[in-house]
Design a protein around this ligand. Structure first.
Ligand SMILES: Nc1nc2c(ncn2[C@@H]2O[C@H](COP(=O)(O)OP(=O)(O)OP(=O)(O)O)[C@@H](O)[C@H]2O)c(=O)[nH]1
Ligand SMILES: *[C@@H]1O[C@H](CO)[C@@H](O)[C@H](O)[C@H]1NC(C)=O
Ligand SMILES: [Mg+2]
Length: 412
C-alpha cells in the first residue's frame, strides 16, 4: 500500500464521521420538534376551572404593557427594579388599618401579597391609624410595596364614643365579657376598631379616588400565585364583595345584632335587594341569624357598596343602637349581613383559587388543578372551606355552585 492509498482511506473515514454527526443532529432536531409539538401537552392542566383559575389567560399583563428597557435602581448597586406595569388598571387600592406596633407582623403580609400578586400590577396601598405612623413604619412598608403608599390619620370622631353612648354601660359590658372569657370582650380599642371597619374606613379621604379595595391584616399568608388582575375581574363580572374564608360568629358578641337588623329592615324595606342572599345568614327565612359571615380580615370589595345609601343607613342604625359598645359587634357580621341583604347574590364571589391564612384558619384549594396551577404552597388537608364550622358549603349549596371533587373528604 502506498502512502496515497492510506491518505484516501483517512479522508473517507472523516467524511463518514461528518455524515454521521449530521445524521445524529437531524435526528436530534426532529425528535425535539416532535416533542414540543406533541408530547409536551398543556391541555392536561389547563382544563377550564373556576374564574380564579381561568382568569390568568384573560387578565394577565400583556407583554406589550412591559417596557423593554429595565430601569436600574437608583440605589448604589445593581439590583433591578421590577417591571413597571403600563397596562390599564382599575381604581383600586389595598387598605390596612394598623398600629405602629403591628409593623413587623404586617410586613409578612405585605411581602406575600406583593410576591403573589401586586408586584405584577403595582396597585396602591393605603394605611390608616388612629395615631400618626412612625417614620420607621412608613419607610419599611414603602420599601416593600410596588405601588404608591399613602398614610392616613383617623379623625378622632371616628375613633371615640359617640355622644349617645353611655360609657358606664359600655365599661360594665367589658367587665362582664371579661368574666365570661369572651375573646377581646374586655378590649375598648378592639371595639373602636370594629366600629371603624364597619362605618368609617371607606369614608377616609385617602380612599375617595378608589372604586375597589382589598383589605390586608398583619400576619396573614397568601399561599398561591394570583396571575390575573383581581380588580378587573371584579369589575368585568360585576362583583361587589369577594371573600375567601367564612365562619360562624360567637353568639355572645352579637346577642341583639339580628333583632336590631330586623327593626332596621322593617323601617327601610326599600334597601332589601330582590335577589338577596338572606338564606346565607338565616336558616329560617329571617327569623334568626345563623351566625354565618365572611371573615372580613380578607375582603376584596366595592367601595360603592359601602358608600351606598343602604349601607350608610344600616350602619347609622346599628351605631345608634349601641351594640358596638354594649356588646362587641364585629365588622365581619356587619359587612356580611349587609352584603347578603343589600346586594344581588350574584355580586358576591368566593375566591376559591386564593390560598389564604389568618390565624387559625387556612384556605388551601383542595382541587389539585387549581392548587398546582397556582403554585400554592399549602397543605390541602388544612383547608377550612368544607369544614362544619365554615359556612362555605352553605354558600355553595344555596347558590347551586358545583363543589370541587373530593370536598366530602375535607369535612372533618
Ligand atoms: N390603628 C389601630 N389599628 C388596630 C387597632 N386594633 C386593631 N387594629 C388593626 O385592625 C385589624 C384587626 O385587628 P386584629 O387585632 O387583627 O383583630 P382580629 O383579626 O379579630 O384578631 P387577631 O386574631 O388578633 O388577628 C388589624 O389590621 C389590626 O392591625 C388599634 O387599636 N389601632
Ligand atoms: C338552586 O336550585 C334550586 C332547585 O333547582 C332552585 O329552586 C333555586 O332557586 C336555585 N337557586 C339559585 C340561587 O339559583
Ligand atoms: Mg387579624
Amino acid at each position: 500500500m502506498s502512502k496515497k492509498g492510506s491518505l484516501k482511506t483517512t479522508k473517507r473515514t472523516r467524511l463518514y464521521k461528518q455524515l454521521g454527526v449530521a445524521l445524529i443532529t437531524l435526528i436530534g432536531l426532529y425528535s425535539l420538534f416532535h416533542h414540543s409539538s406533541k408530547n409536551v401537552s398543556l391541555s392536561t392542566y389547563t382544563t377550564i376551572g373556576s374564574p380564579d383559575y381561568l382568569e390568568p389567560l384573560k387578565y394577565a399583563p400583556s407583554s406589550t404593557a412591559l417596557p423593554t428597557d429595565l430601569p436600574v435602581d437608583h440605589n448604589k448597586y445593581t439590583r433591578l427594579l421590577p417591571f413597571k406595569y403600563n397596562g390599564k388598571k382599575e381604581k383600586a387600592t389595598f387598605v390596612t388599618l394598623a398600629r405602629n406596633s403591628d409593623l413587623y407582623g404586617l410586613i409578612n403580609s405585605i411581602k406575600a401579597v406583593e410576591d403573589r400578586f401586586n408586584s405584577k400590577f403595582q396597585y396602591d396601598w393605603v394605611f390608616l391609624n388612629d395615631e400618626e405612623f412612625s417614620d420607621e413604619f412608613k419607610k419599611t412598608v414603602t420599601a416593600l410595596i410596588s405601588g404608591e403608599t399613602k398614610f392616613g390619620l383617623i379623625p378622632n370622631e371616628h375613633w371615640s364614643y359617640p355622644s349617645w353612648i353611655d360609657k358606664k354601660r359600655a365599661a360594665d359590658t367589658r367587665k362582664t365579657m371579661k368574666e365570661k372569657n369572651i375573646i377581646y370582650g374586655d378590649s375598648e380599642s378592639y371595639r373602636h376598631m370594629c366600629r371603624y371597619e364597619s362605618g368609617f374606613f371607606w369614608r377616609h379621604p385617602l380612599l375617595d379616588e378608589y372604586e375597589y379595595y382589598w383589605r390586608v391584616e398583619p400576619d396573614i399568608k397568601m399561599y398561591c400565585d394570583i396571575d390575573y388582575d383581581v380588580f378587573k375581574f371584579m369589575k368585568d363580572n360585576k362583583k361587589k364583595y369577594g371573600f375567601t374564608i367564612t365562619i360562624h360568629e360567637f353568639r355572645d358578641t352579637i346577642e341583639t345584632l339580628w333583632e336590631t337588623t330586623r327593626e332596621f329592615l322593617s323601617l327601610y324595606p326599600q334597601h332589601i335587594h330582590k335577589n338577596n342572599m338572606l338564606d346565607f345568614v338565616s336558616d329560617d327565612n329571617g327569623k334568626t341569624y345563623n351566625l354565618c359571615h365572611f371573615w372580613s380580615n380578607f375582603e376584596i370589595a366595592s367601595l360603592k357598596f359601602l358608600r351606598s345609601q343602604a349601607y350608610r343607613d344600616y350602619f347609622d342604625y346599628l351605631d345608634h343602637a349601641g351594640g358596638f359598645f354594649y356588646e362587641r359587634w364585629g365588622d365581619a357580621p356587619v359587612h356580611s349581613i349587609a352584603a347578603s341583604l343589600f346586594l344581588d347574590r350574584d355580586e358576591i364571589h368566593h375566591f376559591e383559587g386564593m390560598g389564604y391564612y389568618h390565624g387559625p384558619y387556612h384556605q388551601c384549594p383542595i382541587n389539585d388543578q387549581i392548587r398546582l396551577h397556582n403554585k400554592c404552597a399549602c397543605n390541602p388537608n388544612d383547608d377550612f372551606t368544607w369544614k362544619d364550622y365554615s359556612c362555605t358549603l352553605k354558600y355553595y349549596d344555596i347558590n347551586n355552585i358545583t363543589k370541587p371533587d373530593g370536598w366530602k373528604d375535607h369535612t372533618g
